[in-house]
Design a protein around this ligand. Structure first.
Ligand SMILES: Cc1ncc(COP(=O)(O)O)c(C=O)c1O
Length: 369
């Protein structure tokens, strides 16, 4: 029998994506003007229970654009989790502002609200939590803190499309929320991103900034220095088609997580992630932690799974250990250190079948025995 290969993530594309992209090509609307861009902005922002969407070239520039629109610059401080993908901290560094790292909670990997408070100074301008791997943060508590301390809230929702905190969509709590539509995300446009907001002025400012700072009323007149952060109509066409299936994708991911949980729960040496009561986890990545003193190391387990055709991923490294960011380590980050060493993601795409998950779990059981 041919060996299975199961990737950690892959897009799920269909006929609608082909039809909408074909329409862009047939009508010649392939660049960043065109009706799919507007449709995608309107439909995605509405899906996230917000009023305005500004489509951009990727999730990293979405974060940068949000920071620029809120006038965050050198001398300002922005609070972020130590456990995240590098784009979160890079976007702050692009503005010249100083990132302030905070440790995370063990179960969710999300920023620890109790540790945020002690990091707020007179220079703090914003808090930028990340809904890591698709599990929402305690976002209303973070929002209350921002309101009481007069700070901006920027949600990094790159990994959490459609996730909910107390039945409300992530991205709807903040001044600006940022999404990625990279190929491995819950919905994708290949590369792509979006900023969403309820604030009309911020949306308009972001539209100008993403288009070279060009006035919306006077063509080729530039009042400010902007960027070319535009998304193309072709990419947006894929996004509109993907959005038609987002709830189905999330249902598949939640069903898969349930199956993983039931098949892995009795395996010695593994800790499963619990979905917190307030959360609707969308499982961008299904994650497990290896316990202390297991017979096999994480690297060995990953290698053996790879030999069985199963792709896995270790958790992100702590931000504070990597060369460009070491300078921002001002204390110990024990939880990030721990989960980063012990955590791994299992295949998580919306294409996975029940048989795939049974096969993966069987292999893990066999290897861990
Ligand atoms: C938490 C987080 N923020 C930001 C980004 C950046 O998104 P992009 O890759 O679209 O630039 C990612 C991408 O994976 C991410 O995981």
């Amino acid at each position: 029998m041919e060996q299975k290969t199961i990737p950690i993530a892959e897009p799920l594309l269909g006929q609608k994506e082909i039809d909408y992209v074909t329409e862009c090509i047939k009508t010649n609307w392939i660049s960043s003007k065109g009706e799919y861009v507007t449709k995608f902005e309107q439909q995605f922002s509405k899906y996230c229970q917000t009023n305005y969407g500004v489509a951009v070239a990727n999730g990293t520039v979405a974060l940068h654009l949000a920071l620029l629109a809120l006038d965050i610059k050198k001398g300002d401080e922005v609070i972020i989790p130590d456990f995240t993908f590098a784009a979160t901290i890079n976007s702050i560094l692009y503005t010249g502002a100083t990132p302030v790292l905070v440790d995370v909670e063990q179960n969710t990997g999300n920023i620890d609200i109790n540790k945020i408070k002690e990091k707020i100074t007179s220079k703090t301008k914003a808090i930028m939590p990340v809904h890591i791997y698709g599990h929402p943060c305690k976002i209303d508590e973070i929002k209350d803190l921002c309101v009481s301390r007069n700070l901006f809230l920027i949600e990094d929702c790159a990994e959490a499309h459609g996730a909910e905190y107390k039945k409300k969509k992530v991205g709807s709590f903040s001044d600006i929320a940022c999404f990625s539509f990279f190929g491995n995300k819950i919905i994708t446009t290949g590369e792509g991103g979006m900023c969403i907001t309820n604030n009309k002025e911020l949306a308009e400012k972001m539209r100008v900034l993403k288009d070279h700072g060009m006035s919306k009323n006077k063509r080729y007149w530039h009042e400010i220095i902007g960027y070319n952060y535009r998304l193309t109509n072709i990419q947006a066409a894929i996004g509109v088609a993907q959005l038609e299936n987002i709830d189905k994708f999330i249902e598949i991911r939640r069903r898969n997580a349930k199956q993983y949980n039931s098949l892995l729960q009795d395996i010695n040496g593994i800790t499963l992630q619990k979905e917190e009561k307030y959360a609707r986890h969308v499982y961008w990545m299904y994650s497990i932690l290896l316990n202390e003193n297991t017979r096999l190391s994480r690297a060995e387990l990953m290698q053996k799974l790879k030999s069985a055709g199963i792709d896995t991923r270790e958790f992100f490294y702590p931000i504070h250990v990597m060369p460009p960011y070491k300078q921002f380590a001002v204390e110990k980050y024990p939880v990030t250190d721990y989960i980063s060493q012990k955590g791994m993601n299992l295949p998580s795409s919306s294409r996975l079948s029940k048989d795939d998950i049974s096969y993966i779990c069987e292999k893990i059981k066999e290897i861990m025995k």
